[in-house]
Ligand binder design. Structure first.
Ligand SMILES: [Zn+2]
Length: 197
């Protein structure tokens, strides 16, 4: 069996231990342009019921790719060391690809925000990213925060974006209903209202 890692890491980066001893990370070796592909995650897909019983280390290196599905790297490679930041320089393109959200300088650690992929409580932790916008505690519900939805527009995994779209549609329906009640239109025969994005 091949020993090649299941993930891909751009040759402009390397995975290595962080200087502060807090674990591994991926670092730019050369300048990376906004929009450039940084990494592609790979591995074995597990459904929630099986996934939740895997060892902690395997679970912490995985990425959630659907509502109840998780991609676990096998074998682990440098590209799997990407960390969370509350003010990241990379985001998701689809389910498994990581792209630069802005130009990245050599020496910078490349991170994404786990709110871009996570909707389940499998990897919740106290964050030490040190950014002014640090949320402190990272949970599987962070994608619901309106400020993050705005900040990361276009960088959420498709299954998270579907949830965001659903939540927004529900809010619009609620506001419409409240307005109709306020203005006494509730007794009128309703025609389907157009849905605006
Ligand atoms: Zn943080």
């Amino acid at each position: 069996m091949s020993k090649q890692p299941s993930s891909f890491l751009s040759s402009k980066l390397e995975g290595r231990p962080k200087a502060d001893g807090s674990g591994n990370g991926i670092f730019a070796q050369k300048p990376i342009n906004e929009g450039e592909l940084v990494a592609v995650f790979g591995g074995v897909v597990y459904e929630w019921d099986t996934f939740i019983h895997l060892p902690d280390r395997e679970r912490s290196l995985c990425i959630q790719v659907e509502d109840r599905h998780f991609l676990v790297p096998r074998p682990i490679g440098e590209g799997d060391y990407v960390n969370h930041s509350c003010n990241p320089n990379a985001g998701l393109s689809g389910q498994i690809a990581l792209v630069a959200m802005r130009d990245i300088r050599p020496g910078e650690e490349v991170c994404f925000d786990y709110a871009m992929s996570d909707t389940m409580p499998y990897d919740e932790f106290d964050c030490g990213c040190g950014q002014p916008t640090c949320r402190g505690r990272i949970s599987g519900n962070d994608w619901q925060m309106p400020e993050l939805q705005k900040k990361y527009a276009g960088f959420f995994a498709p299954h998270v974006q579907r949830k965001i779209d659903h939540l927004r549609a529900e809010r619009r329906a609620f506001v419409r209903e409240a307005r109709e009640k306020t203005h006494g239109f509730a007794t009128k025969i309703a025609t389907p209202a157009p849905v605006y994005k």
